[in-house]
Design a protein around this ligand. Structure first.
Ligand code: UDP
Length: 445
């Protein structure tokens, strides 16, 4: 009997979007007729590398996105180039390869689906180096401003969430036959949620009459949520605010200490986002791709507060150009944009534009592709050296790498020389020993 197929999702908890993407695909796969006969696992491959900085990536991202955003953006810009990504990934892979191999070996996947750009190169390198027989797909979880690490030609297929994103991948050098537009992996629970605002408010024990605004800032709860809640509550005291602080416990405590009225609800990390969105008239959010796409799929007009990181900047244009919401830079303008959407006419026309604005079944489309890919044989790969291809490195790095490589060769040479000597001396000793024994025998005879 043939063993059950295995799919491994490679993610990292840098923000909440990558895990959400994997969960969306997993849920869609379980709804596929062949999906229940497959084993699944999800692994934070970035922390599994064990490399300094990367092994703390989720915490580091929390800090960078809440306190050190300019540093994060600088790092993004400095590394945003195909050759730069290749070089950095090759060097990092040198140190991380054993941990990556061990991680992949533990699950023995038939297919790896990467939903994190930093994981891509590691997977491709490990597959080629150790000749691992799995198929490898990437599902892009940013919309438009894709970092160069998304475009990985080692992947068998790369799923783009938007047409703009597909074009960026081609510009990054992805072969055209490896790029496919299939929409964003929004969890099927959002598409399946048919609750009217009234029904959802009843389930969540909310006020059923008030205009309701959902405020969220990704899994980390970054940005200026505190100031925004105070300003919105002061401007529209009758409006019901549902504030999701995500993993930001400090923000949650701060907001709870403000003694806001009971129709301002403060939540921590929630797992019923679809119900909270269903009960809202407007969603106010940072430009996180996951939250934006979920709101658009649920046909809720959005007010974008800011892009947390360069990778989110294109998301603002994506929403504003299609007339699906507004972007306001400062608190006063955000409050104004929310006020504008309280006008029933503007609200209704925006909701109308939201019909069919983005594919609602992205997760199911991608799940179908994953199943198709799973039944294809893994590509025949040329075995790649375990070491960095030094010729591909820039000159300033080559000198150092050559030095390391020469040192390594010298060490191997000395070890093999010693080994040879030991073997030779061993055999010489044995030969003399045998000779002496023979002589002794012949003398005694
Ligand atoms: N999310 C959630 N519960 C929360 C906060 C966020 O389930 O309390 C989910 C949200 O629905 C979305 C993801 O986390 O799927 C956030 O992704 P996004 O791309 O918007 O931002 P990121 O956190 O990745 O920066």
């Amino acid at each position: 009997m043939s063993r059950r197929k295995r799919i491994l999702f490679a993610i990292s908890d840098t923000g909440g979007g990558h895990r959400s993407g994997a969960q969306a695909l997993h849920a869609a796969l379980l709804q596929h007729p062949q999906g229940r006969d497959i084993d699944y696992d999800t692994i934070d491959l970035i922390t599994a590398t064990g490399l300094p900085l990367l092994r703390n990536a989720p915490n580091l991202y929390d800090q960078l996105s809440t306190r050190w955003l300019p540093l994060f953006n600088l790092f993004f810009q400095l590394t945003n180039g195909r050759r730069r990504v290749d070089t950095i990934a090759q060097i990092a892979y040198l140190t991380a390869q054993r941990n990556i191999k061990r991680t992949l070996d533990e699950f023995k996947p038939d297919m790896v689906v990467s939903v994190h750009p930093i994981a891509n190169r590691f997977i491709g390198h490990a597959r080629a180096t150790y000749h691992m027989p799995f198929r490898f797909m990437t599902v892009v979880t940013d919309l438009v401003s894709l970092h160069a690490s998304w475009g990985d030609p080692d992947a068998d297929l790369c799923i783009a969430p938007t047409h703009e994103g597909a074009q960026v991948l081609l510009n990054q050098g992805m072969p055209a036959d490896k790029v496919l537009f299939a929409g964003f992996p929004v969890h099927p629970k959002f598409t399946a949620c048919n609750l009217t605002p009234d029904m959802a408010r009843q389930i969540l024990a909310l006020d059923r009459q008030r205009f309701t605004v959902l405020l969220t800032a990704g899994g980390v709860g970054s940005g200026r949520l505190r100031e925004l809640v105070i300003a919105l509550n002061a401007a529209y005291p009758e409006v019901q605010l549902l504030v999701i602080t995500g993993r930001n416990a400090t923000l949650r405590n701060e907001l709870q200490r403000l003694n806001l009225p009971s129709h301002v609800r403060i939540y921590g990390f929630v797992d019923n986002m679809e119900q909270l969105m269903a009960s809202s008239d407007v969603v106010v959010t940072k430009a996180g791709p996951g939250t934006l796409m979920e709101a658009l799929v649920m046909r809720r007009p959005v007010v974008i507060t800011e892009a947390v990181g360069v990778q989110e900047t294109g998301n603002i244009t994506f929403v504003v150009e299609r007339g699906l919401g507004a972007h306001s830079r400062n608190i006063r303008d955000i409050v104004q944009s929310v006020g504008n959407l309280m006008d029933p006419e503007l609200h209704a026309t925006t909701v109308e534009r939201l019909q069919g604005a983005v594919p609602r079944d992205g997760a199911h489309r991608i799940a179908n592709i994953i199943i198709e890919q799973l039944h294809m044989t893994p590509p025949t790969l040329v075995r790649r050296s375990r070491l960095v291809n030094i010729a591909e490195l820039p000159r300033w790095m080559r000198r150092r790498e050559y030095a390391d490589e020469n040192r390594r060769r010298l060490r191997l040479f000395s070890l093999s020389l010693l080994d040879n000597l030991r073997q030779q001396s061993g055999s010489t000793f044995q030969f003399r020993h045998r000779l002496r024994r023979k002589n002794r025998k012949s003398n005694s005879n």
